[in-house]
Design a protein around this ligand. Structure first.
Ligand code: ADP
Length: 323
């Protein structure tokens, strides 16, 4: 192995830069040349490869986002697009690519791997929906940002006897909402994996009101059948029964923008280094993730098209603690 490339793809996640830094420095430590591909798969197709040095990845471990840029590339989903990418990789004599990203990005990694090119994925998404890693790069930071928002909302909600809906990201996965809800002491949690009727939330809020709670909060996953907008529409017709005045906040991209937490920097450093170790060992077509505290590889075939389930025991715990 002499030359590798690294790219960040799909939704950005705090810690991607730390992973990029680890891949670069660990690759250089092995005597390899490392190239950064700009704008994800779009850059792979257009051949936007730039050399990375130990210095060019200096001062980025504390930065959110990704210095390489990220993009969504519909062209890469086509065989023709991927053929162009393979041609560009051949032109630069790149022997393997490290792909830092989430579910969609790893589907792209798998597709490239199936065309015979050595690929290693690094699990990075704030959604934490990737099979092959108990926790993915960026989740911890997103969780802490959402938690701070919930704490703040509870303070103002208490002053005004209000009920709040806080919508968090996560695509089709309820992990973020569930964890934030438990850590922030929300009265209700609404996630895609567990069917919840809006009337259940009305009852939870009403019950809290009758017991004299000064506020009530529900953390809602963006992918839930009843997201914050739909719940708010339902509640507007049942205000009198709920008791509290209602407000709704959608956190949106704020969750992605933070400086990575210590946990995310460490995780990203370990997984980035792990990706280089994996390539050096000759393994390919795998995702590098953290399972039971160990850097672990999982075949991309097993990762793609499977969604990590949430832990139902955590949802039950949330129900008990909400009382
Ligand atoms: P994330 O990694 O955040 O889940 P996306 O779902 O947006 O990101 O996917 C990122 C990119 O990965 C897409 O724009 C596309 O270029 C590529 N991709 C996604 N799915 C596939 C697929 N099935 N085959 C090939 N490439 C894919």
């Amino acid at each position: 192995m002499k030359r590798i490339a690294v790219l960040t793809s799909g939704g950005d996640a705090p810690g991607m830069n730390a992973a990029l830094r680890a891949v670069t420095r660990c690759g250089i430590a092995r005597g390899w040349e490392v190239f950064g591909v700009h704008q994800g798969y779009a850059g792979l197709i257009s051949g936007d490869f730039r050399p990375l040095t130990a210095r060019s990845v200096g001062g980025i471990i504390q930065l959110g986002g990704t210095i390489l840029g990220s993009a969504r590339s519909p062209e890469f989903k086509t065989e023709e697009g991927r053929m162009k990418a393979l041609w560009e990789l051949g032109q630069q004599e790149i022997e393997a690519v490290v792909i830092i990203g989430g579910n969609g990005s790893q589907a792209g990694a798998s597709a490239l791997s199936k065309m015979g090119f050595p690929v290693v994925g690094v699990a990075s998404t704030i959604d934490n929906d990737l099979v092959g890693s108990d926790v993915t790069i960026g989740v911890d930071t997103a969780l802490n940002i959402a938690l701070e928002a919930l704490d703040r909302l509870k303070t103002t909600a208490s002053s005004h006897q209000r009920a709040f809906l806080l919508e968090v990201m996560g695509r089709n996965c309820g992990y973020l909402a569930l964890e934030v809800g438990i850590a922030g002491g929300a009265e209700a949690i609404v996630i895609p994996e567990i069917k919840t009727e809006p009337e259940e939330i009305v009852q939870i809020f009403r019950h809290a009101y009758e017991r004299g709670k000064t506020h009530a909060c529900a953390v809602v996953a963006e992918g839930a059948a009843y997201n914050a907008a739909k719940l708010a529409a339902y509640f507007s017709e049942h205000q009198a029964r709920i008791g509290y005045e209602l407000r709704s906040t959608t956190l949106g991209h704020v969750q992605r923008g933070g400086a990575p937490t210590a946990y995310d920097r460490l995780l990203a450093s370990r997984l980035g280094a792990g990706a280089v170790d994996v390539l050096a060992s000759g393994e390919k077509g795998v995702l590098v993730g953290m399972i039971k505290g160990q850097v672990t590889t999982t075949s991309l075939d097993k990762v793609v098209g499977t969604q990590k389930p949430i832990d139902p025991a955590l949802f039950q715990l949330a129900r008990v603690l909400d009382t």
